[in-house]
Design a protein around this ligand. Structure first.
Ligand code: GTP
Ligand code: SPV
Ligand code: MN
Length: 601
């Protein structure tokens, strides 16, 4: 059934790999695969995987003339997004997972999920996928091994991480120094939503995921390792693992400022990371460089600044809405060697999704002849998986072992009303409050209702592997003598008018906001104080070539005290839920803002 040859049951032996060998043997004993394959990450291995998946229908070739090396995968229609209600953080003390996570006692969780894993790989191949999150030579990078029975997951992991022999060598080297790797066990199981769990055991540096083959549920290096487990480690070790893009903005003088931005899922990280500045900016010499589009690991450097690496090697990006107008860099990246999941296709077998162009699709994401009565042709959470190296603006510093220095941190979400286009926090502690108070409309990236406003602190609600109260304390702890912390900002590209249309043009025009942000950190741009933070005057944003009337722009920058009084009541209630673990300093910041708003009444 599977053309991938069963390789040796254990790799070349080194005693530092004994723990890995033992674990693989233990998992095989439980799951009963027909064969075991240790992935080396080579091109030949990737080609064999693709061929096997083509043979069994897991992958369908797309038009190879227009899209060489591109494939389509149609997932089970019941398996199209992350499943937050089935995602658990299993710490020995319930309180450590916090009210922000679903919790299960580790023993109970292991027993429950091991029951599902029992014999689940019969007739399948067990793949051992060693991977490194971060540049392979970076001291900030961390390794893991994912065991999976899904060749689609293996192929995606090869694009999204540094996967294979080099990672295994690093795991062996680090094993000799007593450094552990993260153990992830995954099976697609029966893809039955009633037999599906994504379990995290931060105290054991382990992940067990059963019953889904999709994205963050199954590519365990991504949300499970690089956010949930890594955030736990980061707190213990004094760094930050965040749901943030990293983008470099180079000014006409050739200086590059790096910005890290946390927006919830499907709220614009990939787009901002690949932004193309408006014509007027390009003419003057402004350039934008992409370092990462989803996750940032940030460490305090010896110079007191925060330095960030992107732990990923590829982009698992939202397809719908991606066009030559909105994100030409993403579109250029995905013309070759890309795996598309749940997109539609045109009559000549090219990938297609809503917002791409005016062509009419022939077949929808479920393989049916396209009929608008069935809803969108592409699933709203359809994705592309592509190597970061294919992005035309991939930063020459994206693989720097020490990362890039961060000048500004930006929080943001989808807010149809109230929240201005941009404002700046007064200082670090106020910035932590601004992040903690974030809210956004839910999107198709997770199953459940779309468009409901929910609190999503630092865009980490689904991804923080521990108690949010402790997480806010951890953020506050970075404010120390000698630290040169980035400025903190909040943006909202998603304000709507009475007719439900976006008021701000967004995309490339977001450059105008980034310029103001950089101006603020260099001291060149002005701002006016408001009760919620510092806002630009309409005149301090560059409006050359901006297709927006002055009145709309001014209303996007306005702070509405009555609306914000209401908002701060909701914020106070929300942070109150973190009880005794809520840092007093954060509460004091919230009280102070609420008082300032009351004074305006
Ligand atoms: P995840 O990969 O789920 O973490 O998502 P993301 O944060 O990277 O979001 P992405 O950049 O893929 O954008 C999601 C959707 O928002 C796409 O359909 C985009 O076209 C749309 N979008 C992104 N930026 C803007 C913007 O500035 N304005 C508007 N109106 N839409 C935007
Ligand atoms: C997100 O939902 O934030 C994503 C996609 O980046 S997934 O990998 O499915 O989590
Ligand atoms: Mn994401």
């Amino acid at each position: 059934m599977n053309a991938v040859p069963a390789a040796r049951a254990t790799p070349v032996n080194g005693s530092a790999l004994a723990a890995l060998n033992d674990w693989v043997a233990e998992v095989a004993e439980l799951t009963r695969p027909d064969a075991i394959h240790w992935c080396d990450g080579s091109d030949a291995e990737y080609q064999r995987l693709l061929e096997a998946m083509q043979a069994d229908g897991t992958l369908l070739p797309l038009n190879q003339d227009t899209h060489p090396g591109c494939w389509l995968h149609r997932s089970d229609p019941q398996d199209v997004a992350r499943v937050e209600h089935l995602t658990f953080v299993c710490t020995s003390a319930r309180e450590d997972a916090g009210p922000n996570n679903h919790w299960m006692a580790p023993d109970e969780a292991h027993a429950k999920i091991d029951g599902l894993f029992d014999g689940c790989m019969r007739g399948r191949t067990l793949y051992v996928v060693p991977y490194c999150m971060g540049p392979i030579d970076s001291p900030l990078a961390r390794c893991g091994v994912e065991i999976t029975d899904s060749p689609y997951v293996v192929a995606n992991m090869r694009i999204m991480t540094r996967m294979g022999a080099d990672a295994l060598a690093r795991i062996e080297r680090e094993g000799a120094q007593g450094k552990p790797f993260v153990k992830g066990l995954h099976s697609t199981g029966e893809l039955d939503p009633d037999r599906r769990f994504i379990m995290h055991f931060p105290e054991e540096l382990a992940i067990k995921s059963y019953g889904s083959g999709y994205g963050g549920n199954a590519l365990l290096g991504k949300k499970c390792h690089a956010l949930r487990i890594a955030s736990w480690q980061a707190r213990q070790e004094g760094w930050l693992a965040e749901h943030m893009l990293i983008v470099g903005v180079e000014n006409p003088q050739g200086e590059t400022h790096y910005i890290a931005a946390a927006f919830p899922s499907a709220c614009g990280k990939t787009n901002l990371a690949m932004l193309i500045p408006p014509e007027g900016y390009r003419a003057k010499g402004w350039k934008v460089w992409t370092v990462g589009d989803d996750i940032a690991w940030m460490h305090r450097g010896e110079d007191g600044r925060l330095w960030a690496i992107n732990p990923e090697a590829g982009f698992f990006g939202v397809a719908p809405g991606t066009s030559a107008k909105s994100n030409p860099n993403a579109l250029a990246s995905i013309q070759r060697d890309t795996i598309f999941t749940n997109v539609a296709v045109t009559a000549d077998n090219q990938p297609w999704w809503e917002g791409l162009d005016d062509r009419v699709p022939a077949i929808d994401w479920q393989g049916r002849p396209y009929d608008p009565a069935n809803g969108p042709a592409a699933h709203p959470n359809a994705r592309f998986t592509v190597s970061a190296s294919q992005c035309p603006t991939y930063s020459p510093h994206a693989e720097d072992a020490q990362g890039v220095p961060i000048s500004a941190i930006v929080f943001g979400g989808r807010r149809a009303s109230l929240v201005p286009l941009v404002f700046q926090a007064r200082d670090w502690a106020h910035g932590v409050l601004v992040g903690a108070a974030m809210a956004s409309e839910t999107t198709a990236a997770a199953t459940g209702k779309v468009g409901v406003v929910r609190r999503d602190p630092m865009a980490m609600k689904p991804f923080c592997g521990y108690h949010f109260g402790d997480y806010f304390s951890h953020w506050l702890s970075f404010d120390q003598p000698g630290s040169k912390l980035p400025g903190i900002f909040h943006v909202n590209w998603f304000r709507k008018d009475e007719e439900g249309r976006f008021m701000w043009p967004g995309f490339g025009d977001n450059m105008r906001v980034l310029e103001w942000i950089i101006g603020r950190v260099t001291g060149e741009a002005g701002a006016v104080e408001s009760a919620i933070g510092l806002v630009p005057e309409a005149s301090s944003l560059n409006r050359d070539g901006l297709d927006l009337d002055g009145q709309t722009l001014r209303s996007l920058l306005q702070v509405d005290p009555a609306g914000w009084r209401h908002e701060y009541k909701a914020i106070a209630e929300f942070i109150g839920e973190f009880g005794e673990r809520l840092p007093g300093k954060l509460k004091a910041e919230a009280d102070r803002t609420a008082r300032a708003l009351d004074a305006l009444a």
